[in-house]
Write a protein of this length. Structure first.
Length: 145
């Protein structure tokens, strides 16, 4: 069963998204709006619920009726294809809008103190040969950083 707190937080996050802005962005970048929208919802829920894999997202989407109302269920293969084929650029206008909204809610003297420099970190895994890089053991048969 999906934790109701996760769904409440998830719904609040969905409320701050300007879906019209996503629609404009998908049009400009020739991307399917409904796929981009559903994919974004799945990724947001993935982080809110602290899931660990695409299979977890798929299992959660299929197991709870409240979540099914918010995210259309898709296969694991489709989720993987969306991850590989939807350009991150389609979501940049949304990110800019959310940052601007957050910045506009703070008094001017608190903005720098609250947000400090924003740092983006790529969490991609780089596979390496375990026989050469034993210090980078990632799995029993694979190395990675």
């Amino acid at each position: 069963m999906v934790n109701d707190n996760y769904i409440t937080i998830f719904e609040k996050l969905l409320d701050i998204i300007d879906w019209k802005k996503l629609k404009e962005s998908t049009y400009l970048l020739d991307t399917d709006y409904y796929i981009a929208q559903n994919h974004l919802k799945a990724l947001i829920y993935f982080h809110v619920a602290q899931l660990g894999s695409l299979r977890d997202i798929h299992d959660f989407m299929g197991s709870d009726s409240d979540l099914k109302e918010l995210i259309n269920g898709v296969s694991i293969g489709s989720l993987s294809n969306y991850n590989n084929n939807i350009s991150f650029e389609v979501y940049i206008p949304l990110m800019n809008q959310i940052i601007a909204t957050a910045m506009n809610t703070l008094p001017i003297n608190n903005k720098v103190e609250k947000f400090k420099p924003v740092k983006l970190i790529d969490s991609s895994t780089v596979s390496m040969a375990l026989s050469y890089f034993k210090w980078a053991e990632f799995r029993t048969t694979k190395a990675g950083i």
